[in-house]
Ligand binder design. Structure first.
Ligand code: SF4
Length: 395
């Protein structure tokens, strides 16, 4: 099955043109950013140490983050698996609501959008790439650029079909503004905003969200309720550590600095009338944080898979992997694609899928060379592959 998908993808001319355009643009940004900010390679090493320490203390940091958030009037829920996380978010949202979402791989991991739609809610992805994926009823093809496989001609057609605006296939700004007009009303009308988190500071209970489009700020500010869904591996000890992690994510994603770095530490409030604190001044009245385990704690105790928990989801390894350059995110699971996606599929329990995907790794180590965390993805995949071959009697 996986073999057929990959063979078909490798012969898809549209896919190869779209990937070529996107990868070339990323490579230019990466070279420019890494040469302009040479300190970043040393900072990346420091962040690796921060992540190692954080994963070593993961259970203690979950408790500390929970206490800090609760002190800040956020409601914290711990979900041991995907089903529990869906149930918690489903109960918080209810039915018949308008929900706006930021891009969140963790929400894709638990298939949240479709679950909430199935409960009678109107749910909108507000990251442009994710909205394209939603319209196509497809899956995200890259951590940072989910619609990396879609050419501009196809996007123009989707906008015509879904919004009814007649945009020109070569007018990319025109397409962006059409989506802006369409989503504006959804942001205003939304009852609930759902976001992920790029990193979480345990000592202050602060959620860091990095975006370029500005949708993150609208999703987390305009609705009365903000729900954060984040994997427990995102927690680091301090606010200072979280800023360092954010800087490394942005630079390795190809940006000097993303347009927006939001740090959210509680619901909006005012004490301006007689110092009486009222929640829900202009932003949300309520912030709920769902911390998801779903195999992460088990992986933190596994010498091999622990490495993958250091992943910052910057997407560098995906852009530079020769297999990904040929077939894009068709190599991977529903949420986690590319080589690192194989390790993440193991973490979240998709063992058979991960093992079958491991056969397509070339073992070139390109991923490790470009990874800010130096994750030994190819070595770990080689071991998964060897085990699989033994199981199949093929060694
Ligand atoms: S494995 Fe490394 S390069 Fe790939 S997304 Fe994670 S941090 Fe970035």
């Amino acid at each position: 099955m996986m073999r057929e998908i990959i063979e078909r993808a490798s012969e898809d001319e549209d896919l190869s043109i779209a990937l070529e355009r996107a990868i070339e643009s990323y490579m230019d940004s990466r070279v420019r950013v890494l040469s302009r900010y040479p300190y970043i390679t040393e900072l990346a090493k420091e962040v690796r140490r921060i992540k190692e320490l954080s994963i070593e203390r993961i259970e203690e940091l979950i408790r500390e983050a929970k206490d800090s958030m609760e002190e800040n009037r956020m409601n914290v829920h711990i979900a041991e698996d995907a089903e529990k996380a869906r149930e918690i978010v489903g109960d918080l949202v209810g039915t018949g609501k308008i929900v706006v979402k930021t891009k969140s791989i963790t929400s894709d991991e638990i298939n949240l959008r479709k679950f909430l739609q199935g409960r009678g809610n109107e749910v909108w992805e507000t990251d442009l790439g994710e909205l394209i994926v939603q319209w196509l009823d497809s899956k995200p093809m890259h951590f940072i650029t989910p619609s990396i496989n879609i050419r501009r001609e196809k996007v123009a057609e989707l906008i015509r079909r879904n919004i009814g605006e007649n945009v020109d296939k070569d007018d990319i700004p025109g397409m962006t503004y059409a989506v802006r007009r369409f989503l504006r009303k959804k942001f205003i009308d939304a009852h609930v905003g759902i976001s992920g988190a790029n990193v979480i500071a345990a000592n202050t209970g602060s959620i860091f969200i990095i975006t370029n489009e500005g949708n993150g700020r609208l999703c987390t500010s305009l609705p009365e309720k903000h729900i954060v869904l984040a994997g427990v591996e995102k927690i680091v000890p301090s606010l200072h550590d979280a800023f360092k992690v954010s800087d490394v994510i942005m630079k390795y994603a190809g940006y000097s600095a993303a347009s927006y770095l939001s740090v959210i530490s509680g619901p909006s409030k005012t004490g301006d009338i007689e110092k009486k604190v009222v929640f829900g001044a202009h932003g949300p009245k309520e912030v709920d944080v769902v911390l998801l385990d779903n195999g992460r704690l088990r992986a933190s105790r596994d010498e091999r898979l622990r490495e993958a928990l250091y992943c910052l989801r910057c997407g560098s390894c995906q852009y530079l992997c020769p297999v990904f350059r040929l077939v894009g995110g068709y190599w991977g699971g529903d949420a986690y694609v590319g080589g690192i996606g194989i390790l993440w599929n193991m973490i979240i329990g998709n063992y058979e899928e991960a093992k079958a995907q491991s056969l397509f790794c070339l073992g070139c180590h390109e991923c490790e060379l470009v990874c800010p965390m130096g994750i030994k993805t190819a070595d770990i995949i080689r071991e998964i592959k060897a085990e699989y071959m033994r199981e199949m009697g093929l060694d």
